[in-house]
Design a protein around this ligand. Structure first.
Ligand SMILES: C[S@@+](CC[C@H](N)C(=O)[O-])C[C@H]1O[C@@H](n2cnc3c(N)ncnc32)[C@H](O)[C@@H]1O
Length: 214
């Protein structure tokens, strides 16, 4: 993700706490109160400019979505999208996913989406990959029993690594596709990166990984 310095982003984010939730650690264990219903909560880690969470929220009003993004200069575009969409079932958090357990209680999250996560191809950066074992432990700590990670990427190396990491952790792999756009998967909602890479002819890989802790 190419980052552009946007000095006004911080102000815009703090002016819109109904979309980019301020002090999210105070909402830990209370997200259903924030949304005002008992619907499941699905999170996207590394949400970028927010197309996926916004369109998922529009398509699935019975699910609450939270997009998590580290950079203000990126999340501010997702914020514009949410202001425009006026949907009650989607929020954003401007936080580092390394601290997910500060923001969500045990079994508070129904599903984790990882879309086009940064590949960090160098071995010495393995720990930064969002499918590294320490992240899988964080997701396990906040997901419902038998919860799932739904993962899409165009990056073959990251996909192979992630399949091994999921398997090593004991997750059960389902609906594995090596070419999502030429598969029988229905209802795919594209992310910004997915649109960009598939337009260049890149294949999209997808898998669902389920924790075996029911
Ligand atoms: C390659 S972009 C993909 C964006 C979007 N999911 C898509 O498919 O279009 C990855 C995003 O993940 C964010 N990200 C990476 N590590 C993160 C972390 N530890 N916590 C929160 N966001 C993170 C990056 O800032 C970047 O915006």
């Amino acid at each position: 993700m190419r980052l552009r310095h946007k000095p006004w982003a911080s102000e815009k984010i703090s002016e819109n706490p109904q979309y980019v939730v301020a002090q999210p650690e105070e909402k830990k264990g209370k997200w259903n109160e924030v949304f005002g219903n008992d619907n499941p909560i699905h999170i996207e880690v590394g949400t970028g400019k927010g197309q996926f969470v916004t369109e998922m929220a529009r398509a699935n009003p019975e699910v609450n979505y939270i997009g998590i993004e580290l950079y203000e200069s990126v999340i501010v575009t997702a914020l514009d999208r949410l202001i425009e969409a006026e949907l009650p079932n989607v929020k954003l958090l401007n936080v580092d996913a390394r601290h997910l357990t500060d923001f969500f209680a045990t079994e508070e999250v129904g599903r984790v989406y990882l879309n086009f996560s940064d590949p960090w191809p160098k071995n010495r950066h393995e720990k930064r990959r969002l499918t590294y074992k320490t992240f899988l432990k964080l997701y396990e700590d906040i997901l419902i029993k038998g919860g799932e990670i739904h993962f899409k990427t165009d990056n073959q190396g990251l996909f192979e690594y992630s399949l091994m990491s999921f398997s090593w952790y004991g997750l059960h792999l389902k609906f594995l596709s090596l070419d999502l756009h030429n598969s029988d998967f229905e209802g795919n909602i594209m992310t910004e990166y997915e649109e960009k890479f598939s337009a260049k002819g890149q294949r999209i890989y997808r898998v669902e990984a389920q924790y075996q802790n029911q």
